[in-house]
Design a binder for this molecule. Structure first.
Ligand code: NAD
Length: 308
């Protein structure tokens, strides 16, 4: 069968290519870089594909409708909000994803951003670079309260790290895992209770219509003054304009955002120019280990699916 690979970090001749080729498939690369270099557009490339190994490219209903024989999307990663699953299902196309593979990578990024928030490391590094020997007071994570919204695979990994640091952890999840919480000393809260208690808030829920804009202006206003938000989930779960206002007014200490409503960061984003908002380029899962695990799992799922 013909397998389209759009995941940006996969290479012709790499492990995924070999896995699929060895399984007897023809592998066609249509990554953003290939498309930019004059290759086929997604709509053109998907037309005669039987399967897609996908990264974060947007597979809208329109793109999916261009496919004539597509059977499966294998998404490398866990947030599959970039694929219109309803349209895929309607068209009889299966969607697989790779649960758990990014857990440690994202949790470690969150750890780094918690330390950045507590000590404002990016500011201090920039100050020293500019010749100022600034020594502001930071805050300790030990003894601070970490609020977690979404205690799934990644949320739990973050909870374990935070508990190891001596943080108090309170979490909200509509499908709360009480056994995990009991074993790891995680308190259960309502969403409002978590927002009110948190010195640091970290988001680990998926984006769908039920979670879009969950952390809106009113909820940000209800947070503890001086709190710091880390978002490595999806941009759409948080109101960026309200966040920018809250950081500007000093209500929030700052925020670290690995995901945005519009990626890359828009030229007119309200987040621009806020030196206490640390934006990273959606690098939560961008480690050699997580990429290898997720892409090999996705390619394996696609090969298994095509094999029936
Ligand atoms: P997961 O499915 O294991 O966990 C998601 C959790 O959110 C579940 O426990 C679910 O019950 C909970 N949830 C659902 N609705 C909720 C709500 N309204 N409020 C609070 N919690 C709710 O997924 P995961 O592996 O932990 O990943 C979480 C998200 O992180 C993904 O969906 C993805 O969007 C994002 N992610 C980002 C990166 C990155 O590079 N920054 C990498 C991997 C994953």
């Amino acid at each position: 069968a013909r397998v389209l690979v759009t995941t940006a970090y996969l290479e012709p001749g790499g492990e995924v290519d070999r896995l699929l080729t060895d399984a007897g498939h023809e592998v066609v690369f249509a990554r953003a870089a290939d498309r930019k270099a004059g290759g086929q557009s997604l709509v053109e490339a998907i037309a005669d594909a039987d399967a897609v190994v996908a990264g974060t490219d947007k597979f809208t209903a329109e793109v999916i409708s261009a496919a004539t024989r597509l059977r499966v999307f294998g998404r490398c990663g866990v947030g599959f909000d970039n694929i219109d699953v309803a349209a895929a299902t309607e068209a009889g196309v299966a969607v697989t994803y790779t649960p758990g593979v990014n857990r440690e990578s994202v949790a470690e990024l969150v750890l780094g951003q918690l330390v950045n928030g507590a000590r404002l490391l990016p500011q201090n590094i920039a100050a020293v670079r500019e010749g100022r020997w600034d020594q502001p007071s930071g805050t300790e994570l030990a003894g601070s309260v970490l609020g977690i919204v979404g205690l799934g695979s990644i949320g739990k990994a973050v909870a374990r790290v935070a508990r190891a640091l001596g943080m108090t952890v309170i979490a909200y999840d509509p499908y709360f895992d009480a056994d995990f919480a009991g074993d790891h000393g995680v308190e259960r809260g309502t969403l409002d209770a978590v927002l009110q208690a948190a010195d640091f808030l970290t988001l680990h829920l998926f984006l769908d219509e039920s979670t879009r804009n969950l952390i809106d202006g009113d909820r940000i206003a209800a947070m503890k003054p001086g709190a710091f938000i880390v978002n490595t989930a999806r941009g759409g779960v948080l109101d960026e304009a309200a966040l920018a206002d809250a950081v500007r007014s000093g209500h929030l200490r700052g925020a670290a955002l690995d995901v945005l409503e519009t990626e890359p960061l828009a030229a007119d984003s309200p987040l621009r120019g806020l030196d206490r908002v640390f934006v990273t380029a959606h690098i939560g899962a961008a480690t050699h280990q997580a990429r290898a695990r997720s892409s090999l799992m996705a390619a394996g799922q696609v090969a298994d699916f095509l094999a029936g």
